[in-house]
Design a protein around this ligand. Structure first.
Ligand code: C2E
Ligand code: CA
Ligand code: CA
Length: 552
């Protein structure tokens, strides 16, 4: 198809998509019988591509045999000019093999000569989500994602805010579920009345609400938010009962740039959890480093997120050696991710991991990391048969129930031995269902894979996790050893953690060893292994091959 016709098809398609409200959109250039379909439909129904020749025929094969005739007839009528559109229901087969009920509405657009030129419309998948939240009557998460997409597509300036409650389960426990629902409705109403003239309000999942506003004056939002918090602490009544609620809020400013709604939502959740976990509920605007302003950062995260979808392009792993604390022989190494592109150069994981962990796409990156590390590690095993490859896991990967089977299948696929693998988890795993985590960890360890508890002591739940989960290694964060030669409290910490590790039959690995003096000091304690710049910074795998430990 020639470029001009394709451009026209695309621009009409965009228009349809804006008003489609989450329905799938299709548009056919009838003279060429060339169509474009929504990416979501392609994914959901396993269609060949967004752009398809003879899409009517392809789609027909997805329609339930009992509904096929009426669909076939209506398409025939439309293409022969007998009818100017259709509005019908049929069952269509999804990727998973199940049929889902769809409503399909379409009309024919004629050209200047009155000839049928385009056939386009929308398909509503009844098996999917709703745009309205049943409890509060507000627009739902799906409506939110759609509205963010269209604002970004139009390059509008918006402030997006996520509000949510701390420990709401207490309200449910105290007063029951129905009352809990009433509280959420009341909160929705209150938010609605406070921000009535400033934008649209949404009910997100659980106890969270969002606002998309045209206003960008953050100071005004902060003031309104503080007033709101005061009301919720002192003056909030539901069914005559006084209820005290504590609110958190995170915000992202979108400033005339195009960005995916999923990225916005991940940045928003990140800001929200900063507010909740670090700032006692204070209004927190997204921006996770001093050098980046929020805008740059959101755009950067968006590009990095897109690279995950693009077969993890731009990502690579560096490796840092871990040595035996006594002999200083190579014991293993830790895989550490980097992302690189022309515009941004090399980006450190601290900039994107904590944000993208909030994203549903993260497990895809997690699988890539595991596969890459095991492939690289396999070659190194030929040279150092006993070494252990440490791979960092994010709680977002463990959240998925099929994590263990994915892990094992990557091990099978790469042929990487279980005994040479160690997975590093952090105390952030406390966010997961502890019973599920316990059973996952025990299956993983039974297979021979080791588990390390990373950054021990930095979060308040490290000890709790240690009590619940058997681990092979405890890694002491470098924060605690920075001044180990001089500071008695650093020394006590190392001693305390290594005693604790012994009590739990785990080995200790100390991170952040930067000097020979630190090493000398640490060798006095019962520490199993050391890691740090003193031995090597993280380096790409080929350098690891070439430069290090030739003597072995
Ligand atoms: P981490 O797991 O605690 O990794 C250790 C970090 O300390 C690495 O930073 C490493 O380069 C740095 N480091 C090692 N030795 C020294 C030293 O002697 N001095 C100093 N100042 N730093 C040292 P990096 O590579 O920037 O990674 C930062 C964090 O990003 C990691 O902390 C980890 O939480 C996360 N991360 C990195 N790669 C991955 C990954 O593949 N998956 C996941 N989920 N998270 C990752
Ligand atoms: Ca680590
Ligand atoms: Ca660490």
């Amino acid at each position: 198809m020639d470029k001009k016709r394709l451009a026209k098809l695309d621009s009409l398609f965009e228009v349809l998509s804006i008003i489609a409200e989450g329905n799938y959109v299709y548009l056919c250039d009838m003279k060429e019988d060339y169509s474009r379909w929504s990416k979501n439909a392609v994914d959901y129904f396993d269609l060949p591509e967004e752009y398809m020749e003879n899409a009517g025929q392809i789609w027909e094969e997805h329609i339930h045999p009992e509904d096929r005739d009426s669909y076939h007839k209506s398409i025939e009528d439309i293409f022969s000019g007998k009818k100017s559109g259709h509005d019908m229901q049929y069952r269509a087969k999804a990727r998973n093999g199940n049929y889902t009920m769809c409503t399909c509405r379409g009309i024919v657009l004629k050209d200047d000569n009155g000839e049928p030129a385009y056939f386009g419309g929308a398909i509503k998948n009844h098996g999917l989500f709703s745009y309205i939240d049943n409890l509060t009557g507000l627009r739902s998460l799906y409506g939110f994602l759609d509205d963010v997409n269209s604002a970004s597509w139009k390059k509008e300036t918006k402030t997006v805010i996520l509000f949510g409650l701390s420990s709401f389960s207490r309200v449910n426990d105290l007063y029951g579920f129905t009352f809990g629902n009433d509280v959420l409705c009341r909160l929705g109403n209150l938010l609605q009345s406070v921000f009535a003239n400033q934008g649209l309000l949404y009910r997100m999942d659980g106890t969270k609400f969002a606002l998309i506003s045209n206003d960008t004056d953050i100071e005004t939002f902060k003031k309104q938010y503080e007033d709101l918090r005061k009301t919720l602490v002192r003056n909030f009544f539901v069914n005559g009962e006084r209820v005290t609620l504590s609110l958190n809020a995170g915000a992202v400013v979108l400033d005339k740039f195009e960005i995916k709604s999923e990225t916005v939502y991940s940045c928003l959740k990140y800001a929200y959890y900063e507010s909740k976990n670090k700032h006692l509920g204070d209004f927190t605007v997204f921006s996770n480093s001093l050098t980046d302003d929020g805008r740059q950062l959101v755009e950067k995260i968006n590009i990095i997120r897109n690279s995950i979808a693009d077969d993890c392009k731009g990502f690579y792993l560096c490796y840092q050696p871990i040595v035996n604390a006594k002999t200083e022989e190579l014991k293993g190494m830790e895989a550490l991710i980097r992302w690189k592109n022309e515009e941004y150069g090399i980006v450190s994981p601290i900039q994107f991991i904590p944000v993208l962990e909030q994203d549903t796409i993260f497990p895809e990156l997690g699988r890539w990391i595991l596969r890459q590390a095991m492939n690289d590690g396999k070659d190194l095993l030929k040279k150092y048969p006993d070494f252990i490859m440490n791979v960092n896991l994010s709680y977002a990967q463990l959240e998925k129930r099929d994590f263990v089977s994915e892990l094992f299948s990557i091990m099978d696929e790469t042929g990487y031995p279980a005994e040479n693998l160690c997975l590093e988890i952090t105390e952030r795993c406390r966010l997961l269902d502890m019973n599920m985590l316990k059973s996952m960890v025990s299956i993983i360890r039974e297979k021979g894979v080791k588990i390390a508890l990373d950054d021990f002591g930095t979060g308040f739940a490290s000890l709790g996790i240690l009590r619940e989960l058997p681990v092979d290694v405890i890694k002491i964060d470098r924060e605690y050893v920075k001044n180990v030669e001089k500071s008695a409290s650093d020394q006590n910490t190392v001693k305390f953690i290594s005693d604790l590790a012994h009590a739990f039959s785990a080995e200790v690995c100390v991170e952040g060893v930067e000097t020979a003096e630190m090493r000398d000091f640490l060798q006095k304690y019962s520490v199993g292994s050391l890691q740090g710049y003193y031995y090597s910074k993280p380096i790409p795998v080929n350098e690891f091959f070439e430069k290090h430990y030739e003597k072995n």
